[in-house]
Write a protein that binds this ligand. Sequence first.
Ligand code: NAP
Length: 449
Amino acid sequence: MLHVAVVGSGPSGVYSAQSLLQQSVLSEVRVDVLDRLPCPYGLVRYGVAPDHEKIKSLQNNLRAVLEDERVRFLGGVQVGPDGVPVSRLRELYHAVVYCVGAATDRHLGVPGEELPGSWSATEFVSWYSAHPDSVADGFVLGARSAVVIGVGNVAVDVARMLARGAAELSPTDMPQAALSALAESGVTEISMVGRRGPSQARFTTKELRELGSLPDADVVVDPEELALDPAYLDPSELPAAQRRNVEVLRGWAATPPRGRPRRIRPRFFLRPVELLADAGRVGAVRFERTVPDGRGGVTGTGRYEDIEAQLVLRSVGYRGVPLEGLPFDADLGTVPHLAGRVLRDGVISPGEYVAGWIKRGPTGVIGTNRPCAKETVTSLLEDAPVLVRREVAEDPLTALRAEGLLPVEWSGWQAIERAEAELGAALGRGVVKLPDWASLLDAARAAGS
Ligand code: NAP
């Protein structure tokens, strides 16, 4: 019997569990999927935008794995010094796969970044996704103009959520408070600003194109600014993904605005240098105009432009955080590894593995985690004949309970799902997420979990 703990129940964690079930020649494999939260699915539940129902429906595929009889979901279990230490987990299981993602956001490092009204996109996403750790509120209160810094898919998500109206948001599972605030939002100008050119933007074409289909928003681009990018004028040499992005932008440049109530303005070649205060809050972002340097980067021109903003969302990527007891490469924000095997001082640490963003950094779409998890599990199963020789707890869950832990099991999660359906019905909506720890744990405990 091979006992494996997977830490994290987002896509990389669940795909690791699935790969273990599929690839294991040992029929006797047992996988415990641990999560700090009482709810599974990681960023599929707490990162994918609520209006992306199709991507959210991936939860059904992940659910099938977590409901396999060889898998247990153990929610509400913190791994680390405040919960189960890494060393204890190692004693309880033959192998541990860390799939803890990239839990924080990168910083801009410019003056004014911490002004009231300036938030990381992650804080905004957590709020409208009902993440129980989200305490922030009042993002759009009193704001007319928003600046989103960065041109990746998260930037597109947050710009789109700001531009959607109540009728489009109401069918989602967004918490009621966020829905009310966004429905009443007075934000009409949404600038989404990249420091490089349109051919270097990180968003994917499908996500970019969607901005043009929002019923309440025009997308407004300045062809002269786009043309600062030589590849905008002649995109024929670009790789297909970038060429398609440029073609979408060219289409918008040729389309006059239709007078819709909100405007999304993709901007390029503007590097943020300072957030400017107005009456103690952010009032504008100062950007330096850049130009391409011919090597994929940009150089500053010493010319500046201020864009008004009472709301600033910094969407410049995620970053992994160290987990006490595991090695960490502070430069890369990842755990050092060889094909998924954790390296301690350059040497393979038997029985410890990583998959997902903590392994390869915060890049790729959800599906990228499948081959990533598969590689890690292939390494693990190669090592399994040696790993199973070590004596571990007969049932790790019994041991954890004896140590005072009360994990939220699958029945507890199902009770949360029922409570969310009931809340939605009471509000005259579909499923509506419970937004805080108390209501999630109350619902789970009601099921005796
Ligand atoms: P990302 O794709 O890495 O984009 C980060 C953006 O921030 C880039 O435009 C980057 O510009 C910019 N940036 C970084 N540092 C900056 C600075 N100091 N000043 C100004 N701009 C700066 O990150 P993300 O948007 O957070 O997305 C993370 C991952 O999740 C991506 O793989 C993404 O595709 C994925 N995701 C997918 C979906 C979806 O499929 N619908 C939705 C959300 C997220 P440079 O390129 O110049 O560095």
